[in-house]
Design a protein around this ligand. Structure first.
Ligand code: LLP
Length: 414
């Protein structure tokens, strides 16, 4: 059964009605299903059982420490991109030796801390970063484990803002420069090359770009192994898409089975960095309708959540399904734009949705477990919302709603 399902004419998260959650915790509120989170993580893991592998969950997708802790208990690794994400993983009980550190702009202090706690490797994105890592290794008398993030120049066929594997993107080292960079690494005594990888983008709905990227990587791996470079892992990144509207991405099983077959002969450990496909459909954003505004031209359902809580529709024109928590079949349906209170016309959660609603009704914005809360902000001085995790018939608060005082806690008068 889907973790979010209708039962007795209203929407439930596992065994708890969303109406009850709204009563207890207020709205807006992110609601996650523990069983769905675990199931999605395990699907990736199970599909790779025949090959030495590690799932390094991409923390940026949802970085709540209760969620990280769930994955840490499953022995997950983590893909991080900042000191903040590193400290979150550690606070959540994650094993530092299973952390990979990606990102084009690692600062010295971030590198020093990651080295101190003993992460698995730094995914290096430029020649300049190699120099910095080597210098820090020398200063701290440590050998720095590195993976090369290769830019394979492959079109991931996704939204341009989340495509990362083309020449025009800032990410990774051009695949044609791979061998030269490896030669350079041999001259830097405080670096140890342990892996090679790529991440070509997010919300990919086809398998072929993943396969093309892996082909590029395998060419390089073969050349390096032949040259006697002792590689340990191949990192195939994240990026598997989910169905928000009518996309038909491969299932986790299809993705993992196809890729693990493709990699069957590869002697290296496989690292995966999935984010969205693990958490997206395990979360919804619960909101209340404040006002209805019917005009000659358009109808608006004005809700209490906004682009600061869920940025995806405003930033990528992303589509999320929006359904009433307690549908009332007697209400006439009307076409609505579902909008928030923020003073921007980009502040919409959904456009042209056929709904029968009244002020005070609850709506669920679906598949918002990934890049929902983690991209939220305080824009318009709106406190960030509460997050809860449902575990069968229990509901746990995993992040308190921010207070108004929190908003200017770090500010001062002069
Ligand atoms: N690894 C690296 C190096 C990444 O940059 C990313 C995502 C991932 C793994 C995880 O990708 P996933 O499996 O989640 O697709 N805010 C955008 C998505 C940005 C993705 C950034 N990188 C959105 O809301 O669609």
């Amino acid at each position: 059964m889907n973790c979010f399902h209708y039962q007795q004419d209203q929407l439930y998260a596992e065994e708890v009605s969303l109406t009850d959650i709204a009563k207890q915790f207020g709205t807006p509120c992110y609601v996650y299903s523990k069983s769905q989170l675990i199931q999605n993580w395990q699907r990736f893991n199970d599909a790779f059982t025949n090959h030495p592998h590690r799932i390094c969950y991409a923390v940026k997708a949802n970085s709540n420490i209760a969620i990280l802790n769930l994955f840490a208990k499953l022995q997950s690794g983590f893909d991080i991109v900042s000191l903040g994400e590193l400290e979150r993983v550690l606070a959540a009980g994650g094993d530092p030796s299973k952390i990979v550190f990606s990102g084009v702009g690692k600062k010295a202090a971030e590198i020093v801390r990651a080295l101190e706690v003993g992460i698995n490797c730094f995914n290096v994105e430029s020649a300049a970063e190699l120099e910095r890592l080597n210098a820090i290794g020398a200063e701290y008398k440590k050998i720095v484990p590195i993976g090369l993030r290769i830019n394979p120049n492959i079109d991931a066929r996704t939204h341009p803002y989340i495509a990362t594997g083309l020449h025009e993107n800032k990410f990774g080292i051009d695949y044609t420069e791979g061998l030269a960079i490896v030669d350079k690494i041999q001259t830097l005594p405080h670096l140890k090359l342990v892996g090679i990888g790529s991440h070509i983008g997010s919300q990919l709905t086809e398998l072929s770009p993943f396969i093309e990227a892996i082909d590029r990587l395998l060419e390089l791996v073969d050349q390096l192994l032949l040259a006697g470079v002792p590689l340990h892992h191949l990192n195939i990144g994240g990026g598997l898409g989910v169905c928000y509207q009518n996309e038909t991405p491969p299932s986790i099983q299809e993705y993992a089975t196809t890729l693990s077959q493709k990699l069957a002969a590869c002697p290296l450990e496989i690292i995966l960095e999935p984010g969205r496909a693990i958490v997206a459909n395990a979360g919804i954003l619960l909101t209340s309708v404040e006002y209805l505004k019917h005009t000659e031209h358009k109808n608006f359902a004005i809700v209490d959540t906004a682009m600061n809580d869920l940025l995806r529709p405003a930033l990528y024109e992303a589509w999320h399904e929006i359904t009433p928590v307690k549908p009332d079949k007697k209400l006439p349906e009307k076409m609505y734009d579902i909008v928030g209170p923020v003073c921007e016309s980009a502040d919409f959660l959904g456009k042209n949705r056929l709904l029968g609603v009244l002020p005070g009704d609850l709506l669920a914005i679906h598949s918002t477990g990934a890049y929902g809360f983690s991209m939220s902000s305080n824009y318009n001085s709106r406190p960030r919302v509460a997050e809860v995790m449902v575990d069968k018939n229990q509901v746990h608060l995993i992040r308190k709603r921010e207070t108004i005082a929190d908003l200017f806690l770090h500010e001062q008068l002069i």
